[in-house]
Design a protein. Structure first.
Length: 254
């Protein structure tokens, strides 16, 4: 049993390899974006209760997989015990800690839209460019599966909140995302300072791009994440406009 478990979570459980933007990478992206869209369409005409159950399910899956990771990591040869890097100092892991509060605590309602936007933004950025996560390992090894599934759950939670109208976005309030990003920057800098090793939380200690210096990365991170939030807002407004136009056309025809 022990041997099977270690093989299951091993980074050497197959001769296949996953690389950046190869067929396996696109498969994970298709499952995430296609699956979440299909789920939203399937539940479009269902009751509000059914929609909220789906949203709550992905809130549970997000925090559940994040917590389970700390128990599974010691079983995988991709890690040497429990990785300190998985502590909530990266934007994605911070979102895991924030999702339960945003979903189940009404006191967080004023900033739920911010958490939703950052959850979508951070998960999409990480899935599209996961950096060292695609290191030629088998596409269904634990480290790859966990990386994509965690971010898929996080993305789907945020996406369903917008799709079902549980959260609405207003461009007048986008400054809240910028403030949140700066707070995360300070929190990540604190983690990078007090923990031993080169954790590079939030990618502000060391550049992950060969064409950018380490010193400019904090500014680039803020620019990229906030710019991605802006794109999410634009997509939200654009899709809402298309839906309203379609609905008005149906009313006119009827």
């Amino acid at each position: 049993m022990k041997d099977f478990v270690h093989w299951l979570f091993s980074q050497n459980n197959s001769d296949l390899q996953i690389g950046l933007f190869d067929v396996w990478h696109f498969l994970y992206l298709f499952i995430t974006f296609g699956g979440s869209t299909a789920l939203a369409l399937a539940l479009k005409n269902r009751s509000e209760q059914a929609k909220q159950r789906a949203i709550r399910l992905f809130a549970y899956l997000t925090i559940g997989l994040y917590v389970a990771d700390f128990f599974i990591m010691p079983l995988s040869d991709s890690y040497s015990g429990i990785s300190v890097y998985k502590l909530p100092f990266n934007i994605c892991t911070i979102m895991a800690a924030m999702v339960p509060f945003a979903q189940f605590n009404a006191k967080f309602a004023p900033i739920k839209s911010v958490i939703v936007t950052l959850s979508i933004t951070s998960s999409v950025m990480c899935m599209c460019y996961p950096g060292t996560a695609l290191g030629g390992q088998p596409p269904f090894s634990y480290v790859i599966f966990q990386t994509f599934m965690y971010h898929a759950f996080l993305y789907t939670w945020g996406f369903l909140n917008l799709a079902f109208g549980s959260v609405t976005l207003n461009f007048k309030n986008i400054w809240k995302e910028l403030i949140a990003i700066l707070i995360i920057l300070v929190w990540a800098a604190f983690g990078n300072t007090v923990y031993d090793g080169e954790q590079n939380w939030f990618f502000i200690q060391k550049s992950i791009f060969p064409f950018l210096s380490d010193e400019i990365m904090p500014f680039m991170v803020v620019f990229c994440v906030f710019g991605s939030c802006f794109i999410v807002y634009c997509a939200y407004y654009g899709i809402r406009a298309l839906i309203n136009k379609y609905n008005n056309k149906k009313i006119t025809v009827a």
